[in-house]
Design a protein around this ligand. Structure first.
Ligand code: HQG
Length: 176
C-alpha cells in the first residue's frame, strides 16, 4: 500500500468514523464502535489494508477493541458518541495551536469545541504547533491546566494522547 493510498483511506476513515457514517451506510454504536467487517465492506478495502492504515497512522487516530472485531476513531467526533473515557489529571500546562485571526474571539470567549465534542489540547508545543499550522501560521496558546483542575474543570485523555475538555475560559489562557 503506497503512502498516497494510506492517507486517502485514513481520511475516508476519519470522515466516516467521526462525522458522516451514514454516507457509506454504516452505523456507529453509542461509544463510536463499528464492526470491522462492515467498515471494510463499506470502504471496499481489505482487512490487511485496514490494519496497515491503523498501524501506520501518524496520530494513531483509530483503535480496535479488545476483540479486534470493532473499530472506532479515538477522538475528533462531531456525531454524538460517548467514548467512555475516565476523567484524568492533566499535566500542569497544556497547549493549543490556532491562528492569529481566531485570537480576538478566543481571548474574549475562551476556547470552545466548535464542531467537535471537546476542545483539543496538546501536552507539548510541537504537537500544538502542528495542529495550528493546518490553518496557517500557527499561534500557540498556553493553558493553565493545573488551575483549571483546581477550579473543578474535568479533562479526559484520548487513546492517542489528545487532552480533551469542554471549554477553556479566557482567564486560563495566555499567548506563548
Ligand atoms: C478555533 C486534528 C473562534 C480553534 C488536530 C481551532 C487536532 C475558536 C478551530 C484536532 C474558538 C476548531 C482538533 C472561539 C476555538 N472562537 N475560534 N471561541 N475556540 N476556536 O479542527 O483544535 O488530524 O475543531 O483554535 O490535529 O484545530 O483530525 O480543532 O482552530 O488534534 O486527527 O476553532 O484535529 O486532528 O478547529 O483540531 P478544530 P483543532 P486530526
Amino acid at each position: 500500500m503506497n503512502e498516497a493510498r494510506l492517507v486517502s483511506v485514513s481520511k475516508r476513515m476519519s470522515r466516516h468514523l467521526r462525522h458522516a457514517p451514514e454516507e457509506i451506510g454504516i452505523t456507529l454504536d453509542a461509544a463510536g464502535w463499528v464492526a470491522v467487517a462492515d467498515l471494510i465492506a463499506a470502504l471496499r478495502i481489505t482487512r490487511a489494508e485496514l490494519e496497515t492504515v491503523v498501524a501506520g497512522n501518524d496520530k494513531r487516530r483509530f483503535a480496535f477493541d479488545e476483540t479486534g472485531e470493532l473499530i472506532r476513531a479515538s477522538q475528533g467526533h462531531s456525531v454524538a458518541v460517548d467514548l467512555g473515557l475516565e476523567a484524568a489529571v492533566p499535566p500542569a500546562t497544556l497547549y493549543h495551536g490556532t491562528v492569529e485571526r481566531f485570537l480576538p474571539a478566543i481571548l474574549s470567549e475562551g476556547l470552545r469545541p466548535m464542531k467537535r465534542h471537546a476542545v483539543h489540547l496538546s501536552a507539548d508545543v510541537e504537537t500544538a504547533h502542528r495542529v495550528g499550522s493546518r490553518r496557517g501560521s500557527a499561534t500557540i496558546l498556553v493553558i493553565d491546566a493545573a488551575a483549571m483542575s483546581a477550579d473543578g474543570h474535568t479533562f479526559h485523555r484520548s487513546a492517542n494522547g489528545v487532552w480533551l475538555t469542554s471549554t477553556v475560559p479566557p482567564r486560563y489562557l495566555t499567548r506563548r
